[in-house]
Design a protein around this ligand. Sequence first.
Ligand code: PRE
Length: 278
Amino acid sequence: MEQLADLRGQIDEIDTQIHDLLMKRAGVIQVISAQNEQAKLGLRPGREAQVLRRLVSRHQGILPKAVVVRIWREIFASSAQLGSEMAVSVHAPENDTKFYDLAREHFGMMTPIRGCQTVMSVLREVTDGQTTVGVLPLPFTGDDNPWWLALAQGEAATNTRIIARLPFYNASGTELAEAVIVAQDTQEPTGADRSYVVAESGEPLSRSTLKSLLDKAGLPSLNIQIHAPDPAYSLQLIEVDDYVAPGDSRLAHLGELSDQRITHAWTIGGYAVPLTEA
Ligand SMILES: O=C(O)C(=O)C[C@]1(C(=O)O)C=C[C@@H](O)C=C1
């Protein structure tokens, strides 16, 4: 049996290597950020998703995958901070810390996170540029005053988009709150993605009509939320099981496929399919 002192010596040597590699990685990030000085957002959730999928798929041994993900969350957060000062605003109504907790888990120990009482104040801070990203509840059916309407006020009215979904990896086995990250940025495709599409119409279309139109257009839908504030105007939020780029030709087909009942359709962003489901 190897002597305990030898084994501790091996651990010391490994710790030195890990530390050297972390410093080397930070140096590479510094070079990237110097080359991308114009880019406001150091955060790239799509790239993070690809890195984590790759590491988790090659992972072996007794160290839990969740630990690997946890370590890389801190690494990503510190890299994103190096790229540009990052601040997070999160929906944190009184006595409800579930979104704050999700954000802290995702953005690590060092990122400034500010709680906002209302979803609208989170959105305002992102849209005004007071904060880099916002964390908001996942859009849900039955919400009488959905926040996503603020992202759906005409295609060019806002640069704020959904760029990620939380949690990306839920290893706890318990149901966590679910949220999306919004930013003045665009969704980056990663090879396994979903996008949110808004379809505008006069009279609301039924879910089944809309679903079959979407299928014909090649847009597989997972979830449809209808918001019809008056009989002559409605907006439908569709979660599509695929990446939909701004200006995707499938969106333009919806008009003719629906005999012009859909007057306009556009994407408001989306997210990389979470690791647990990939
Ligand atoms: O790939 C980049 O552009 C990076 O800035 C690197 C990096 C990383 O640490 O891996 C940094 C932060 C992003 O959220 C994603 C990737």
